[in-house]
Write a protein that binds this ligand. Structure first.
Ligand SMILES: Cc1cc2nc3c(=O)[nH]c(=O)nc-3n(C[C@H](O)[C@H](O)[C@H](O)COP(=O)(O)OP(=O)(O)OC[C@H]3O[C@@H](n4cnc5c(N)ncnc54)[C@H](O)[C@@H]3O)c2cc1C
Length: 435
């Protein structure tokens, strides 16, 4: 074997690069391998990069809040320069509408209060006053365009919202991945691109490295799967699927970009909006655009990709459906004839909660199933995975006695067993991108 490392990370998206950085900081000799040409060229490059805290579980809220502090002080988190500059966190605030489907946000509000996340309870008239460009009539539950009720108000107004002044988005997701790469390299970590892993090599009943499509072999003490929508394929290479109670599947997503209505400085004044009543989320984007994504309302069929390398990468009717839904809420929003935006894949688990874990194959680990909601958490995921890898390699039985990871900013401890592959699907989940 030519090269020998302590850890090979399969993938150099935001998760793989963060895992590489966290291990390199602890003195591990790391190699991130990616079949693409650059860091963040996979699904991380298509992300909406929203940083928000309203997850359906207390653990999800805590992890997002802890990560927020790293985005807020990204240069300090990285501790290294990048010749391309650094990604920036843009604070917009976040408005989350209450509706029956989210139990009027009672559990979320409780979790946020426990974390001391600033959170204002707004009445309908508060929202009207602060955001007069929003139409607060109720339209839900969401329907599809073939339903006569589509786009029609269903009576009454929304019962109010939570407003979180500290939320926003990262302005350049690809640059953020490059920043993580440079920070990892500053600690001696290495990255190799155009390098497709086609085999997980075993030796003595353990993962012992990988073989690449060009025939090269790389030996390492551990192998970590951070392959995004290809995570299932890489788990298959390691024959790691058999004991998994939750698994991963690639799911197609369409994200729409539309111009803001004239007369609104949307880019500088609008918050993120999470609107379960119409089934979509939207946020400001560069050029006074509005980015519109789906919150997976029950009525929408999910477009699973049987093969992450072979699926329809074009826009479909779903694009228009999402924009019409946003136009129910945003007064005077025009619906462009030509779709613009992004098509990519989420890597989704049964309960839309990721898997951060070891596996049935000693030496093989996974940071997968990020379910459309883990870009924001990447800074903490790196540390969480490094802690799991170090403790398991030192002999801890993580499956029986899960690793506990301190979250110093929120003064909590994260029980990493929450993300176990052996869990049953978590019934508290929203079973959507909200996690
Ligand atoms: C449209 C969209 C919108 C989203 N919006 C948000 C949001 O607003 N907020 C949020 O927090 N999250 C969001 N997410 C989720 C978030 O972006 C992802 O969870 C995150 O980017 C996943 O990062 P990753 O590193 O796991 O995967 P990726 O970025 O996909 O990286 C995986 C890498 O592995 C490589 N790879 C795969 N197989 C192999 C192999 N065999 N050999 C070598 N390399 C391999 C790929 O080339 C790829 O570069 C969104 C995701 C999408 C797609």
């Amino acid at each position: 074997m030519k090269d020998t490392y302590d850890a090979v990370v399969v993938g150099a998206g935001v998760i793989g690069a963060s895992v590489g950085l966290a291990l390199a900081r602890r003195g591990w000799r790391t190699l991130n391998l990616d079949r693409n040409a650059a860091a963040g060229a996979g699904s991380s490059g298509s992300t909406s990069a929203i940083v928000r805290f309203h997850y359906s579980t207390a653990e999800g809220c805590a992890m997002a809040r802890e990560s927020y502090y790293h985005w807020l002080d990204w240069p300090r988190f990285l501790g290294a320069d990048d010749e391309l500059g650094l990604a920036k966190y843009v604070n917009t605030g976040c408005l989350v509408f209450k509706h029956e489907g989210n139990d009027h946000l009672s559990r979320v509000a409780q979790a946020l209060d426990e974390l001391r996340v600033p959170c204002e309870r707004l009445t309908t008239s508060d929202v009207e006053r602060q955001f007069p460009w929003l139409d607060l009539r109720a339209f839900g539950p969401p329907t599809t365009p073939d339903d006569d009720r589509f786009g029609e108000p269903t009576g009454g107004v929304l019962p109010g919202a939570l407003y979180l002044p500290e939320s926003g988005y990262v302005d350049d997701a690809v640059l953020a991945c490059h920043n993580l790469q440079r920070a990892c390299e500053a600690h001696g970590g290495r990255f190799r691109f155009g390098a497709e892993v086609v085999e997980v090599i075993r030796d003595g009943g353990r993962a012992a490295g990988v073989r690449l499509a060009d025939g090269d072999r790389v030996s390492s003490r551990v192998v970590i799967n951070a392959a995004g929508p290809h995570s299932g394929a890489v788990n298959r290479l390691a024959a790691a699927l058999d004991d998994m109670n939750v698994r991963t599947r690639p799911l197609k997503q369409e994200v729409c970009y539309v111009p803001a209505p004239s007369g609104i400085d949307y880019e500088r004044t609008a918050p993120l909006v999470s609107d379960g009543d119409t089934g979509c989320y939207f946020r400001p984007a560069v050029g006074n655009q509005i980015l519109v994504g789906s919150e997976e309302p029950d009525c929408d069929p999910l477009d699973w990709a049987a093969d992450p390398d072979d699926y329809n990468t074009g826009f479909t009717d779903q694009w228009r459906t999402q924009v019409v839904r946003a136009a129910q809420r945003i007064r005077n929003l025009g619906i462009p004839a030509r779709p613009a935006g992004v098509v990519d894949l989420y890597d989704v688990t049964e309960d839309w909660i990721p898997i951060y874990d070891n596996s049935r194959l000693p030496g093989f680990y996974m940071a997968v199933g990020t379910s459309g909601n883990q870009f924001k958490n990447a800074p903490v995921v790196g540390r969480l995975m490094a802690e799991i890898v170090e403790q398991v390699e030192a002999g801890r039985d993580h499956d029986r006695d899960p690793v506990q990871v301190p979250l110093p900013y929120v003064r909590r401890t994260c029980n990493a067993g929450f993300f176990s592959r052996l869990r049953s699907a978590n019934p508290e989940s929203s079973f959507t991108v909200l996690g």
